[in-house]
Structures are given as C-alpha cells and as structure tokens.
Design a binder for this molecule. Structure first.
Ligand SMILES: [Zn+2]
Length: 205
C-alpha cells in the first residue's frame, strides 16, 4: 500500500492569502531550555495549506466544518492533470470525471511557500457540469477555486449551489493522472469555516 502525501509542509513561511492570518508557533516550554516538556501554541488561518472549506465559508446558511459528512472525504478519487495558463480561468476539461471526488492538477501554484497570486480559477459552468456528472468533492492544487483577484467568487458560488465540497491547497507534483483513494479528514472545529487536512492519496491495486 503506497501513500502519496499531497499536503504542503506547514510552517510560518507557508504563503496565505494577503490579509489572512499567517501561521505562527509560540513556544511556551522547551526541553532544550531545561523545561520539563516542549509545549507550543499554534495560531493560523484555518485556510492553511491543504484544507477543506466548509460551506459556511461562502454561504451564511451553510454547514460549518464540524458538520461535514466524513464519508465524502474518504474514497475513490480521480486526479486529472490539465494544461492551463497561470492567472486564467479554466473553461474546459480534457475529459469527463470518473469518480465523485475529482482533483484538478493545474500546476499554477507551484510553490506553496510563495504567494504567486496568478493561479488558475475554475469557470462556474464547469462546476455545474461536474455536479451533473456526479462530482461531490472538488480538489485543486491552488489556494482557491476562484482566481485571487475575484471578489464575487463565482466558482465558490457554483459549489454552494451544487453542494460540491472544496478541497484547496493540494500539492500534486509528480502525481500521475489516475484513480486513487483520497483521505482528507478535517478537524472537528466547532463552528469553523474550514479546517486544515492531511491529504493523502492511496494507490489502488
Ligand atoms: Zn479555503
């Protein structure tokens, strides 16, 4: 059984959306300073690294992250590589999705430590089509399903209308097109609008 880790490393240097809270670690106790333990405090946006958006992030009536059905976060997943220009909006996919979980590898946010700001977004029409084809979770290797400059967030809104869950911030370098098992469980953060996940793909066969 081979696991492929598709989560970026989380450290204070990981890029977050401009204006969002970066990750910090406050060390309260440290064995290296002769304390009896090492103990630290994490502060961060919940939209850090690989993370699952809760519907409440883009829908005032939407579920918060603790209410997500975990079945949706584990199971067969189609990884689709697409050729797309940085900063553009994806308006067509090269083929139909093969599973209810679909991950798009765009290669437009290649370094999670660097805020490029020119990653690709997804046209809401594609999201409607994916929903009609049975997709219920959409993953991307970018910080958002919308382009960074978007204010009306049409792709998020299409996910709200269709009930598709959004998994963002994946690292898909070297992951081939194909069917895998996805495991990407959010923390049970009561009332929160997202949660970091440790996202992995398990190779089938
Ligand atoms: Zn998010």
């Amino acid at each position: 059984m081979t696991l492929i880790d598709i989560s970026p490393a989380l450290s204070p240097s990981i890029a977050v959306f401009p204006g969002d809270s970066p990750l910090t670690r406050e060390v309260l106790l440290d064995l290296r300073n002769d304390d009896n333990l090492t103990l630290s405090t994490l502060r961060s946006t919940v939209h850090i690294g690989s993370h699952l958006d809760a519907p409440s992030h883009y829908d005032a009536e939407g579920d918060t992250i603790d209410a997500i059905d975990l079945q949706r976060c584990i199971g067969p997943c189609d990884v689709m590589r697409i050729d797309v220009e940085r900063g553009s909006v994806i308006e067509e996919l090269p083929r139909d999705p093969r599973e209810e979980r679909l991950i798009l590898a765009t290669g437009t946010h290649p370094d999670p430590q660097h805020w490029g700001g020119d990653f690709a977004g997804i046209d809401p029409g594609i999201i409607e089509k994916l929903s009609a084809a049975g997709v219920r979770l959409l993953g991307v290797d970018t910080p958002s399903v919308d382009v960074a400059s978007s204010k009306d967030l049409p792709a998020h809104d299409a996910c709200r209308r269709t009930g598709i869950l959004i998994l963002e911030g994946l690292v898909l370098d070297g992951v081939a097109d194909g069917i895998y098992e996805l495991i990407a469980l959010p923390l049970k953060l009561t009332g929160f609008d997202a949660s970091p996940v440790r996202a992995v793909l398990r190779e089938l066969e």
